[in-house]
Write a protein that binds this ligand. Structure first.
Ligand code: ADP
Ligand code: MG
Length: 223
């Protein structure tokens, strides 16, 4: 029997140093994420949400603790193998989108294919963009899009590899309520269809999530 547990964050701590002082960004946080679960990490600005997501996604080696993805300890891998593993299994959406300005919408969505083999890349990219209401925008450049449209392109790019785990850091931070609704609904649907989604926000809304955790000063608050 295969477990539905996909991602395990085990006693993760991360400290930064600034001006000779140590800053506790994340302190002893553990979290299990299962398939089909839509998890919210909430907490005020500076509470450690981004640091935790970066650690969870294999982008930042924690000072203590482990991150297991499909039972693989991701920081036990060499940097090259870790980045290949990440490309295959993890998708990221950031608040700042990070679209490539000189590539079209369609080519931005195809970027992950440089690192990972993706079947039917063209068809799937177009289909995803259609689903996000962007079929008229395929050959546009990011600068020609609204903020909400850009965020949907970033989401399509994160989903093109069908990652087991999707990490979304304040994905609605720059959006109006209609666009926020669209993005959250897409993330929820991705979880319902078998993915695991971890979303961070400093907002207060917690309805519609399967699991809500709260960070404060880098520590997990008991609900
Ligand atoms: P959040 O995403 O909840 O706003 P962060 O994970 O970005 O929280 O930050 C947690 C804490 O770590 C904050 O006190 C922040 O100032 C500090 N921090 C984040 N990144 C760095 C860095 N690169 N260098 C020094 N301190 C940092
Ligand atoms: Mg943050």
């Amino acid at each position: 029997m295969t477990s539905d547990r996909i991602l395990e964050i085990q006693s993760v701590s991360k400290y930064y140093s600034r001006g000779g002082q140590q800053i506790t960004a994340v302190e002893n946080v553990s979290l299990e994420v299962e398939r089909m679960m839509f998890t919210l990490i909430r907490g005020p600005s500076g509470s450690g949400k981004t640091t935790l997501l970066l650690a969870a996604g294999g982008l930042m080696h924690p000072d203590r603790g482990k991150v297991l993805l499909r039972d693989q300890d991701i920081y036990a891998l060499s940097p090259n193998r870790r980045s290949a593993f990440r490309g295959r299994h993890i998708g990221f959406v950031f608040q700042q989108f990070y679209l490539v300005p000189y590539l079209t919408v369609l080519d931005n969505v195809k970027i992950p294919a440089m690192a990972v083999k993706i079947d039917s890349l063209e068809e799937r990219s177009v289909a995803l963009l259609e689903r996000f209401g962007l079929s008229e925008r395929l050959t546009h450049f990011p600068s020609e899009l609204s903020t909400g449209e850009r965020q949907r392109v970033a989401l399509a790019r994160a989903l093109i590899t069908q990652p087991a785990v999707l990490l979304a850091d304040e994905p609605t931070g720059n959006l109006d309520m209609d666009n926020e609704q669209i993005i959250v609904e897409c993330l929820r649907e991705y979880a319902r269809n078998g993915g695991a989604v971890l979303m961070a926000t400093h907002g207060l809304r917690t309805d519609g999530f399967d699991h809500v955790i709260t960070l404060d000063g880098g520590r997990l608050q008991e609900a």
